[in-house]
Design a protein around this ligand. Structure first.
Ligand code: TYM
Length: 336
């Protein structure tokens, strides 16, 4: 049995891409879970800008969005004095470990990734090797910090599984180098769908802005989008197969209020979709209001953001470089 002094606090790590304005899906599926987990565990959270360039980005926009997403990580309530908050490209070990892990990952495994299939169809003119190897970089992000838990939405589950496979394979050859990570998928917000096409996940990169609620949308914009969400002709608020639009709104309402599906059905018994949508819109506005207000204050303080990023990169590098060094020794790189 481990003695008290030997017990180590569990570690968590997660990242978000600065490839657009984060959505309600990012918030309910992932970000909302991060501050309470960071209280309980040793946490590291990053803005994954290396991942973002697998799709062509406009440099000035990418730079601005990276600072915005960093500010958002602070606005959701992560405390940089207790938790490591950093920008991925400022910690070179991510790209270095990714290269090594590329050599322990099979072409066939990567070809089966559903996100690769979707993204290569969406960007057929730019199916680059980075897009293909993206899950290996994600594995490097996770394994560098020896993370036990990785809080993500359901769309990242397959990438987590491949990270586990790569870690197990590497450990099988070289001994216990990496902690095997588990996905932490929150209960209700695991998959928030587009308001206009509820068979598709709500996404930062959706070209139809009506389907996506951005974390920074003004209250009247949120209300308008929810009111125009696709539903069905039954006019009854109940969670059932074939009612994707209503199921999605119920899921969103459940995340914002903590109510179960049964409680929501009871609340709206005998009421129409109009009443329901107004309540969902109000609940989303109230959920995002404090985040938006804190964000407005933080984003204008560039000196503070710079300080957080520098401190975060230094702390992250300290941990990441330790793991990288171990890996370099194991594979046989000469370290004079
Ligand atoms: P990204 O930037 O697409 O999304 C960030 C987080 O938000 C979750 N998410 C959703 N959850 C529920 N419903 C949705 N509609 C929805 N859309 C997004 C995602 O699951 C994710 O948790 N590859 C990752 C970033 C990444 C990463 C990592 C994550 C890079 N390295 C290491 C964990 C660990 C991504 O593109 O997330």
């Amino acid at each position: 049995m481990e003695s008290v002094t030997e017990q180590r606090k569990k570690k968590i790590l997660s990242c978000i891409q600065p490839s657009g304005i984060p959505t309600l899906g990012n918030y309910l599926g992932a970000l909302k879970n991060w501050p309470p987990l960071a209280e309980e565990f040793d946490g590291a959270f990053a803005v994954a800008d290396l991942h973002a360039i697998t799709v062509r980005q406009e440099p000035a926009k990418l730079r601005r969005q990276t600072a915005e997403v960093l500010a958002l990580l602070l606005a959701i309530g992560l405390d940089p004095d207790k938790t490591i908050i950093f920008v991925q490209s400022q910690v070179p070990a991510h790209a270095q470990l990714a290269w090594v892990l590329n050599c322990f990952t099979q072409f066939g495994e990567m070809s089966r990734m559903t996100q690769f299939k979707d993204k290569s169809a969406a960007h057929a003119d730019n199916v680059n090797v980075g897009l293909f190897a993206y899950p290996v970089l994600m594995a490097a992000d996770i394994l560098l910090y020896q993370a036990d838990l990785v809080p993500v939405g359901a769309d990242q589950k397959q990438h987590l599984e491949i990270a586990r496979d790569i870690a197990n394979r590497f450990n099988g050859i070289y001994g216990d180098v990496f902690t095997i990570p588990d996905a932490y998928i929150g209960k209700s917000g695991e998959r928030v769908m587009s308001l206009q096409n509820p068979e598709k996940k709500m996404s930062k990169s959706d070209p139809n802005p009506k389907g996506t609620i951005s974390i920074f949308d003004a209250p009247e914009v949120i209300m308008k989008k929810v009111k125009s969400a696709v539903t069905d002709s039954e006019a009854k608020v109940r969670f059932a197969e074939g009612k994707d639009g209503i199921n999605n709104l119920m899921g969103i309402y459940s995340c914002c209020t903590g109510l179960s599906m049964e409680e929501i059905e009871r609340e709206f018994d005998g009421k129409g979709y109009g009443d329901f949508k107004v309540r969902v819109g109000e609940a989303v506005v109230e959920e995002l209001r404090p985040v938006r207000e804190r964000y407005e204050r933080i984003i204008s303080d560039k000196a503070y953001l710079k300080e957080v990023a520098e401190k975060g990169a230094e702390a992250a590098s300290g941990i990441a470089d330790r793991t990288l060094k171990k890996v370099m020794k194991k594979v046989g790189f000469w370290i004079p």
